[in-house]
Design a protein around this ligand. Structure first.
Ligand SMILES: Cc1cc2nc3c(=O)[nH]c(=O)nc-3n(C[C@H](O)[C@H](O)[C@H](O)COP(=O)(O)O)c2cc1C
Length: 207
């Protein structure tokens, strides 16, 4: 039985919902899955990670970037992550917007993350997020209405919206699980990431 870690950051709970769905699907495929939120449990240590056959990392986009905690965790564990079968999924409103501009923004945010953390997951997915207008305070609701409008999404703040394509999520998990998870896995088939200039201090940053 494969042991799989799903490591996420999720402020409002939707990334966790997606991760739970992934875990249920992997359980049905006879995998043993642990779901860890970097914020609540300080991620997994290197020795914890060594107990797993594969890992999925998932993270929402907030104001055009990923949460620093998850960035830091990925950077710290990059060598180990790059020696395991791995996948990464981002969750955002932009992901549900098919227009070229949104796709370009999505691609840039993703590439920034991959370059800044030096993580080279074998599978990458961009998943539509949630708009939980009725749960946000006034300020957040206004910000999210603006973000959603820019992404061509819903702006009716009297109700919530789930923009996740759950069938795509299931397909992503199947593709990930069906990969060859043998122990001699090496980071072949890495995502091609264009070389970027980096900032000299701290985490490499895309200029
Ligand atoms: C404060 C805030 C900022 C956000 N900024 C963006 C953004 O810049 N681009 C985007 O596409 N989605 C943005 N979103 C949408 C989130 O990515 C989406 O709601 C996601 O489902 C949140 O995941 P979570 O529920 O796991 O926190 C933002 C959401 C919040 C709450």
């Amino acid at each position: 039985m494969k042991r799989i870690a799903i490591v996420i950051s999720s402020e409002n709970g939707h990334t966790k919902r997606i991760a739970n769905q992934m875990a249920s699907q992997l359980n049905r495929l006879d995998a043993n899955v642990d779901l860890v939120n970097v914020a609540s449990q300080d991620g997994l240590s290197a020795s914890d990670l060594a107990q797993y056959d594969a890992v999925i990392v998932g993270c929402p986009v907030y104001l055009g970037d990923f949460p620093q905690l998850l960035m830091d965790w990925t950077w710290e564990h990059r060598d180990q992550l790059n020696m395991m079968p791995s996948a990464f999924f981002t969750v955002s409103l932009n992901a549900a917007d098919p227009r070229p501009k949104a796709r370009a923004i999505d691609d840039k945010v993703l590439r920034n993350y991959l370059v800044q953390t030096d993580f080279r997951p074998r599978f990458v997915a961009s998943v539509g997020g949630a708009l939980e207008y009725t749960r946000y305070g006034f300020f957040k609701r206004c910000v999210l209405q603006g973000v959603s409008a820019a992404a061509g999404g819903p702006t009716d703040t009297s109700r919530d919206f789930d923009l996740t394509n759950w069938a795509d999520v299931a397909q992503f998990v199947s593709a990930f699980f069906e990969q060859d998870m043998t122990s001699d896995y090496a980071t072949v088939n890495r995502l091609p990431v264009a070389p970027h200039p980096v900032w000299p201090i701290g985490l490499p940053r895309v200029a």
